[in-house]
Write a protein that binds this ligand. Structure first.
Ligand code: NAD
Ligand code: TYD
Length: 340
């Protein structure tokens, strides 16, 4: 199989590239990534020298480049992770979210149509469903929950989902969509809650908790997300949406306290700060469809996954310290200076 992974130098795409290359070593994998601030070639370093892995620096919005690559490679499947992903950045500057998340998805699907790709898989998010109230623990997001986005980030992701479904209905493009809950694990960029809190706590810096810390997220270890995508690619029904989540709801304050306890740091580091505008209250996935239809089962609970993740950050300081120092952006230049 010839697989294109867009956004593969980011957190989940990078983990997925590792997963695929190690699980299906005979497959050809091409990673297409613009290397924005969130992309880091060091994440791919352990697999870059494999003969059937190719990295291409490129923009999914660049129609000419994308179509030339697709005509050259003739992919069987495309998994689209490439996106602007940080909600707080989308509040500051929505425009790039609209262009990358929506137009970029359209350009990729046009290239799939032109070159006869057998499967376009869109990595979406549970944030397209909006949020659930804190006082209704009986409510969960199902695939039938109406789209009801809150932030420019989730609205742009929702726009892309609608376009993917329209390309399936109108042009017969063979698509699938997955909507996963919050991920955590290795190679997570330290602007997001869990890696931010781990790296700041290690430096005895204050931990900024938005509002009163009561907002709830449903945390899934990134490796469980990867196995779910694999199942959808191999056995999922074309045109379908699959929700992915493992019933691991925690308040933000619970998450931060768990990290402090594991690192043996004091709760006095917690600092409540002004809330995020439009802050979603609670996300919670009902994973019945992917469990019953595809037999997916997560390997990690939050309690086991968070300890594995903290351990990874302790043993891979070089990876995140280079990010905090900004050095990771020189890495591409160094790695590729002799490769035209
Ligand atoms: P990330 O921000 O870590 O990585 C995004 C990657 O996309 C980066 O490598 C970046 O360089 C690349 N990129 C950005 N714009 C690009 C462009 N125009 N062309 C090519 N590449 C570009 O994101 P992530 O957390 O790994 O998320 C990956 C996908 O999963 C996203 O689509 C996101 O919406 C979705 N998702 C994330 C989560 C989560 O908890 N992180 C949960 C559910 C769904
Ligand atoms: P984040 O990792 O940005 O993911 P998302 O907003 O996509 O769910 O944030 C997770 C939760 O943590 C969210 O409720 C906002 C909160 N949060 C903080 O309290 N402090 C922070 O510094 C950050 C980055 C997030």
């Amino acid at each position: 199989m010839k697989l294109c992974i867009t956004g593969g130098a980011g957190f989940i795409g990078g983990n997925f590239a590792h997963y695929w290359v190690n699980t299906y070593p005979e497959d050809r994998v091409v990673v297409l990534d613009l290397l924005t601030y969130a992309g880091n070639l060091q994440t791919l370093q352990p697999i870059l020298d494999r003969p059937n892995v190719r990295f291409v620096r490129g923009d999914i919005r660049d129609r000419q480049q994308v179509e030339a690559l697709f005509e050259q490679e003739h992919f069987d499947a495309v998994v689209n992770f490439a996106a602007e992903t940080h909600v707080d950045r989308s509040v500051e500057d929505p425009e790039v979210f609209i262009s990358t998340n929506i137009i970029g998805t359209q350009v990729l699907m046009d290239a799939c149509r032109k070159t006869g790709v057998s499967r376009f898989h869109q990595i979406s998010t549970d944030e397209v469903y909006g949020d659930l109230p804190l006082d209704r623990p009986d409510l969960f997001f199902t695939e039938q929950t109406p789209i009801h986005a809150s932030s420019p980030y989730s609205a742009a992701k929702a726009g892309a989902d609608l376009l993917v479904q329209a390309y399936h209905r109108t042009f017969g493009l063979p698509v699938t969509i997955s909507r996963c809950s919050n991920n955590y694990g290795p190679y997570h960029f330290p602007e997001k809650l869990i890696p931010l809190m781990i790296t700041r706590a290690l430096a005895d810096q204050s931990l900024p908790v938005y509002g009163n810390g009561a907002n709830v997220r449903d945390w899934l270890h990134v490796s469980d997300h990867c196995t779910a995508i694999d199942l959808i690619l191999r056995h999922g029904r074309v045109g379908e949406v699959y929700n992915i989540g493992g019933h691991n709801e925690r308040t933000n304050l619970e998450v931060v306290r768990t990290i402090l306890k594991a690192l043996n740091k004091p709760e006095s580091l917690i600092h409540f700060v002004k809330d995020r505008p439009g802050h979603d209250l609670r996300y919670a996935i009902d994973p019945t469809k992917i469990e019953t239809e595809l037999g997916w089962k997560p390997q990690y609970t939050f309690d086991t996954g968070i300890l594995q993740t903290i351990d990874w950050y302790l043993t891979h300081r070089d990876w995140w310290e280079r990010i905090l120092q900004g050095e990771y952006q020189d890495y591409y230049r160094q790695m590729y200076k002799d490769r035209p």
